[in-house]
Design a protein around this ligand. Sequence first.
Ligand code: ZN
Length: 155
Amino acid sequence: MGRYSVKRYKTKRRTRDLDLVYDDVSSPDSIRRLKNQEIDETKPGLGQYYCVECAKYFESNVALDRHRKSKIHKRRVKALKQRPYTPLEAEAASGLNVVKFIESVEKYKQSEEYKNAHKDEYEGLLNQKKDELDSILVGSSSKTESSKSEEDMVD
Ligand SMILES: [Zn+2]
């Protein structure tokens, strides 16, 4: 009930705009690319555990997994299912670029149709796991979170 909502402030500092993320999740190629990024030491989890929908990096498979089951993630997925807000939309509302706007709506419809027709492929790509990599990256370090995966590692 506070006058200052820290949470709201935080969500305002988005890393990537929703309409850009919408493009990210709209083609299998781009999902694949984002899910298979180069090792980057400056990123959490070396850039290997990326949630495409939220445009966020995680430290491990466990963390990514937990995130993908969270409310925050589910809310995001829902938001992405609706047409993302674009500057074009605001312009069209004031009578500018109406044709362009209609074109973009057409494009959106087509991409949604495509997505629905290839739902399994999309889901598979977005939920792609890197269990092996996880045991290499996290399993050997001193992270307490890895205690469970150590059992799984035994052949
Ligand atoms: Zn997410």
